[in-house]
Design a protein around this ligand. Structure first.
Ligand code: XMP
Length: 542
């Protein structure tokens, strides 16, 4: 697929090498059936892993050149070779360990992965007449376990420049499209398959079925991996690891840290102390909401630190977005450290690092190399804090964390909450932050979210928020001319936050939001809607 979307540079990285202490290794299958995805640099490699996990089969991403010896140790039931931006015949094109295809493990090559597999067995890969990008009709031309229940004709998603030509005598074609006569293949003797299209993307009509057929019918997986058994396992592990020590948990109010807190609370109850820092950059009523929820759902100790003045005075006069982020990161660590010192016997620090952060940090020797996404999370606390890290979500994707939150009994509105960035409203008050702007932003944001809930749209959107612009525009109210703030509304749909589309919000809903904001938020006379996708824009405005 296309190259990964670039994100702004300089954001601090969450995942921390400190995890080495008590570190369980990226792949710890706990006797689960495992499918491994070899990542050749595709933008959708993570999506493949998620789709496989939807079949209740545990799946992890590894570097494309992981040695066959290491693969044997991991004992996977199947291997999937992802797509990638290179040409298999180009100089320096990423290649797997050549002995990979001699393993007697089912292999599915997708796009570039299919070309690598076919080429390794003597087929030719050439540049296609033109790049093929988008939906196309697939015609099935053979019977095979991979194709069970697939209709003869269906829609698939293509994204490739090269294609396989001159299939070696070892392979037989299973399906074709108008422009790609070899769109799916199977090796005669070895369990090697290839798909030129992308079954992992939702535009491929029966993509889920194809992946399910591969892991279950071809590779013989039973699909026993479940969130509930994962919770039990995590609780047991936490109990064993922590013993009688005390664990500190940084609570941000979002779903990840809440799920961590819920797990800890279930596993070790009173041995957990949660710290919530009010940095003055929170949304309307957020601190009160966290306190209320906390007492309802957790049996643990909560420390709320009121650091509003400290943050705001450090941010006074600063208008550069990266400087703001750095200040917030530094002050957060100072405040957190001071509070943590007041907790006796604290030996561990728990945080909600997710699997995509682990992959993207390149922090694991088996995992793919670090990619562009230097993600950012409030929990990025430095090594010198001197705690051992506990990261119970480091194997999970966001949707799995939500499922876990649901199983743990957290309320739906928390489980489905849109993400909120660590620097909070600071990156939504463009330029210098003032108390007035924060107040306006809180009110406007609360109206937006309320209207989205009312319209039943909140769950269709992955992130929505208001932004206050650093300029004033002319308006008219009654007979008077006004010169006031502009609020921008942003709402996006996205799978992974690395790319995103602006949400096609019904005009009626936009109208309600705009009218309510200009009528009831003092100081705002104009509301605009952001219709930019990512790329080229980012989701946040700063
Ligand atoms: P961008 O703006 O990079 O955002 O397209 C992608 C996702 O990351 C969130 N984001 C942040 N989260 N600290 C965070 O914890 C940050 O500095 C930060 N910047 C962006 C953003 O809200 C979106 O979900």
């Amino acid at each position: 697929m296309t190259d990964r979307a670039a994100t702004r540079s300089g954001d601090s990285k969450t995942t921390n090498q400190q995890t080495q202490s008590g570190y369980r290794g990226l792949i710890d299958t706990h006797n689960e059936e495992l499918v491994i995805v070899l990542d050749f640099g595709s933008q959708t490699a993570q999506l493949i892993a998620r789709r496989v996990r939807e079949q209740n089969v545990f799946c992890q991403l590894v570097r494309h050149d992981l040695s066959v010896q290491r693969i044997r140790e991991l004992n996977p039931k199947a291997l999937i070779l992802s797509g990638g931006p290179a040409s298999v015949y180009g100089p320096g094109a990423p290649q797997p360990d050549p002995a990979l295809f001699d393993l007697d493990i089912p292999i599915l090559g997708i796009c570039y992965g299919m070309q690598v597999a076919c080429r390794s067995q003597g087929s030719n890969v050439i540049p296609g007449k033109s790049r093929e990008f988008g939906r196309t009709k697939l015609e099935v031309i053979a019977d095979d376990p991979l194709l069970v229940d697939l209709p003869v004709e269906s829609t698939v998603w293509m994204s490739h420049g090269d294609q396989v030509e001159d299939l070696s005598e070892h392979f037989r074609p299973l399906a074709r499209t108008d422009t790609c006569p070899i769109a799916a293949v199977k090796h005669h003797i070895r369990p090697i398959y290839g798909l030129q299209f992308h079954p992992e993307v939702t535009h491929t009509e029966f993509g889920g079925l194809l992946l399910s057929n591969f892991v279950k019918k071809v590779a013989g997986c039973h699909g026993t991996w479940k969130i509930s058994s994962l919770i039990e396992r995590e609780i047991n592990m936490l109990q064993q690891r922590v013993g009688d020590d005390q664990v500190i948990c940084g609570l941000s109010g979002g779903v990840d840290s809440s799920v961590v807190a819920a797990l800890l609370s279930k596993a070790i109850g009173k041995q957990v102390s949660c710290i919530f820092v009010d940095n003055g950059l929170l949304r309307k009523g957020e601190r009160e909401e966290v306190e209320r929820r906390f007492t309802e759902h957790f049996k643990t100790d909560l420390h709320v630190v009121d650091a509003r003045e400290r943050f705001l005075s450090e941010l006074a006069g600063v208008d550069d977005p990266q400087k703001k982020r750095k200040i917030i990161g530094r002050v957060f660590i100072e405040v957190f450290r001071e509070e943590a010192r007041s907790i006796p016997n604290a030996h561990y620090l728990a945080q909600g690092t997710l699997y995509p952060d682990v992959i993207e940090s390149g922090s694991n020797p088996d995992g793919p190399a670090a990619t562009i996404k230097a993600h950012h999370n409030v929990g990025g606390l430095p090594e010198e804090l001197g705690f051992e890290l506990i990261e119970p979500l480091r194997e999970l994707f966001k949707d799995e964390v939500r499922a876990m939150g649901h199983e743990l009994g957290l309320p739906d509105d928390l489980v489905w909450r849109h993400p909120f960035p660590g620097p909070g409203l600071a990156v939504r008050c463009l330029g210098e932050i003032t108390q007035h702007q924060l107040d306006v932003l809180r009110e406007a944001d609360a109206i937006l979210i309320e209207e989205l809930h009312k319209a039943g749209l909140y769950r269709q959107i992955q992130q929505a928020f208001a932004v206050i612009l650093p300029l004033k525009t002319v308006g008219v109210m009654g007979d008077d001319r006004t010169y006031e703030d502009v609020v921008a509304i942003r709402a996006v749909t996205t799978n992974d936050f690395m790319t995103a589309d602006w949400f096609q919000m019904p005009h009626e809903v936009l109208g309600h939001i705009s009218t309510r904001i200009t009528n009831s938020v003092r100081g705002v006379n104009r509301v605009v809607y952001d219709i930019s996708s990512k790329p080229p824009s980012t989701i946040e405005w700063e």
